[in-house]
Design a protein. Structure first.
Length: 256
């Protein structure tokens, strides 16, 4: 089981600091960033419910400015519980298979503020639910190796022999490319379906991209939710020319 510990701890520290500011300047403002947790390296039991709990203690001395000098020492005790629900009763047999994970996150931060006397304790809890969609595919000999990132993909080379674009891209006058290989778990490709309002979510799998008008002003992008091929070039790359650094995914096609 693998969770993004550093990301969670960074989030916990951010919330703890927000709490201190809130004590001095009204209620703390919390913008809980969705945490996309993944499970790897173990056999799945069905139906699947997986829970992970851990805690962290940090001691720090903070003097943001002279007005805050009364906070000579603060101790953060952060407990995070993440529960994942995968609503499938058995291993899928028909592919591609769409699976929606529901993640319940419960984070509690206890802050001990040591001033001139007995430490004062403040407790702040955050609970939120995150849903994530994965499309599962069976492997094929033509698939790109697991773990390949977009930076490892070719760009300046011309289209290799045997490579073919995806029809879902060509009908929109878009190029077919790879933005990094999908996750390989239990013998299946797991391709995360990222939406435009999830800037911090994983980016993986084959995509359509390009400019879909004669003036070159309509920047379009679509995820195919399938593993990349060995002969794919990277997204944002024009074969035989190089990287198109000015391109941005402005218009998302959800169903190419």
């Amino acid at each position: 089981m693998r969770f993004n510990i550093s990301k969670l701890m960074a989030l916990a520290y951010f919330h703890g600091f927000g709490l201190v500011l809130g004590l001095l300047d009204g209620p703390a403002v919390r913008d809980a960033e969705p945490i996309q947790a993944r499970i790897t390296g173990q056999t799945t039991a069905y139906p699947t419910t997986i829970t992970k709990v851990w805690s962290s203690t940090t001691t720090s001395i903070m003097y943001p400015n002279p007005a805050f000098a009364i906070f000579s020492n603060m101790i953060y005790i952060t407990t995070m519980t993440v529960t994942l629900f995968e609503p499938w009763p058995s291993m899928p047999t028909v592919f591609p298979y769409t699976l929606v994970q529901t993640e319940l996150d419960d984070m509690t931060i206890s802050t001990l503020v040591n001033t001139s006397g007995t430490p004062t304790t403040y407790v702040q809890s955050t609970k939120y639910t995150v849903s994530s969609t994965w499309v599962l595919n069976q492997p094929a000999p033509t698939d790109l190796a697991a773990g390949t990132t977009v930076d490892a993909l070719p760009c300046s080379e011309c289209t290799p022999e045997g490579w073919a674009p995806d029809e879902r891209c060509t009908r929109h006058n878009l190029d077919t490319a790879c933005q990094g290989q999908c996750d390989l778990r239990e013998g299946l490709w797991w391709c995360y379906k990222r939406y435009y309002n999830q800037p911090g979510a994983p980016v993986m799998g084959r995509v359509c991209w390009g400019n879909n008008d004669t003036a070159g002003q309509m920047f379009e992008y679509a995820q195919l939710a399938e593993p990349c091929k060995k002969t794919d070039h990277r997204v944002q790359c024009v074969p035989c020319k190089g990287l198109e650094s000015n391109w941005e995914a402005g218009n998302w096609l959800l169903d190419p």
